[in-house]
Ligand binder design. Structure first.
Ligand code: UDP
Ligand code: MN
Length: 403
């Protein structure tokens, strides 16, 4: 049964967050999608990513604060620091839908979540850091220009206590924690990655029923890298924190490899018919960022093979011993029972991630560091193998090698 007046909505303001949006969209499609898929983007998103997003999402809607109605423009000018926050609020303008579920671009859907549409505005799950507040990474809302206007007025008058949408939405929907328990989404609809290790026994008990995982915080799935030897994900921080999260990171990367990267290939094939330098969607005011120009998986190149051997050099040997990859990162040991029964996840885990991950390892960055420097960084907890700009460098690298 398809419901055309309800939608899952996400937001991506740049090409990097678009990778998250694409994985999220594909994760929703893997579980009997019955609602429309909408992504809000801003002018910074490149023409290639717009084309690729349109293969996954039913609607790719550009929101541009500056061109918006006067009162939005005013809100933006008066509180420029709220730029991203106000962008997220644009979801209330999707009035061709009667009800929507917003999902951050750094979330991943593990099973069908249609029952969320049985909830009313404003439903959200508690924030793990301050459970009297909701986390604004997953919420049920009802588009309305009136509500949108009130939210913007609220932003102008009160700002946001955390400088972002979560603070603003919590002060706007301030009776959320007390008024109606039905508006408290169970935590399994917004299982934040940091909770997996802050309350590990609870994760062991309930993690298997997780339906939406949220990679909240400064390190996103696209910032991680894999160990090509073990096919495992490497993560900063304590070994135990990795154990729970690893399986979800694996799933993220598997969907990225199987369901997102191939879209680049077909987009590229379309582009081949165009004249060199032709842009599929006119976006004159925006510099086109580096793009992935073909699918690395189907066209392995010697150069790529060459820059795959690096991962081990990133791990100082003495530390590797104390964190053996088989024990620490092997996903099968940590898979919650229910999750193992999920056939899609099972499939996902059977894919040899080592291949894709090794292809996107960044050697040059590593070479820049002397062993002493690497050791020092490691000891300071600044482990560079997961480089914060990993995705940007992946793009650069692929661009260069695969032209
Ligand atoms: N977002 C974006 N571009 C950015 C930062 C955020 O499009 O530069 C969107 C994206 O949908 C993201 C959401 O805003 O998931 C909230 O930000 P984020 O997930 O980084 O915050 P966290 O959940 O870690 O608090
Ligand atoms: Mn988020």
């Amino acid at each position: 049964m398809s419901v055309t007046d309800q939608a899952f909505v996400t937001l991506a303001t740049n090409d990097i967050y678009c990778q998250g949006a694409l994985v999220l969209g594909q994760s929703l499609r893997r579980h009997r999608l019955t609602r429309k898929l909408v992504v809000l983007i801003t002018p910074q998103v490149s023409s290639l990513l717009r084309v690729i997003l349109s293969k996954v999402f039913d609607e790719v809607i550009e929101v541009n604060l500056i061109d918006s109605a006067d009162y939005i423009h005013l809100a933006f000018l008066r509180r420029p620091e709220l730029g991203l926050t106000l962008t997220k609020l644009h979801c209330w303008t999707l009035t061709h839908y009667s009800k929507c579920v917003f999902l951050d671009a750094d979330t991943l859907v593990l099973s069908n979540v249609d029952e969320l549409f049985d909830r009313g505005e404003f439903s959200a799950a508690p924030d793990p850091g301050w459970p009297d507040c909701f986390n604004s990474g997953v919420f049920v809302f009802q588009p309305s220009l009136h509500t949108h206007k009130l939210l913007l007025q609220h932003a102008m008058e009160h700002g946001s206590f955390d400088g972002a949408d979560q603070g603003l939405l919590n002060s706007f929907f301030r009776n959320w924690s007390t008024a109606d328990i039905h508006k408290h989404l169970p935590f399994i609809y917004n299982l934040s990655s940091n909770t997996m290790y802050t309350y590990s026994p609870a994760f062991k008990q309930f993690g298997s029923s997780a339906k939406v995982v949220h990679f909240l915080g400064s390190t996103k799935p696209w910032n991680y890298k894999y160990n090509p030897q073990s096919g495992s994900v490497l993560e900063q921080g304590s070994a135990s924190s990795s154990q729970h999260q690893a399986v979800f990171l694996h799933l993220w990367w598997t969907i990225y490899q199987n369901n997102v990267l191939p879209l680049y290939k077909s987009a590229q094939a379309g582009k081949a018919h165009a004249s060199p330098g032709h842009r599929m969607i006119d976006c004159p005011e925006i510099e086109t960022p580096a793009v992935i120009t073909c699918d690395p998986l189907s066209q392995p190149s010697p150069q790529l093979a060459d820059f795959t051997e690096t991962e081990t050099t990133l791990q100082p040997a003495n530390k590797v011993e104390s964190v053996p990859s088989e024990e620490t990162f092997e996903p099968s040991q940590e898979l919650p029972a229910e999750t193992i029964r999920d056939p899609s996840l099972q499939d996902a885990l059977e894919v040899d991630l080592a291949v894709s991950v090794s292809q996107i390892s960044i050697k040059e960055k590593v070479k820049e560091l002397s062993p002493e420097e690497e050791r020092r960084k490691w000891e300071e907890g600044r482990i560079d193998y997961m480089g914060k700009d990993a995705f940007a460098r992946i793009q650069e690298k692929l661009d260069r090698f695969l032209q």
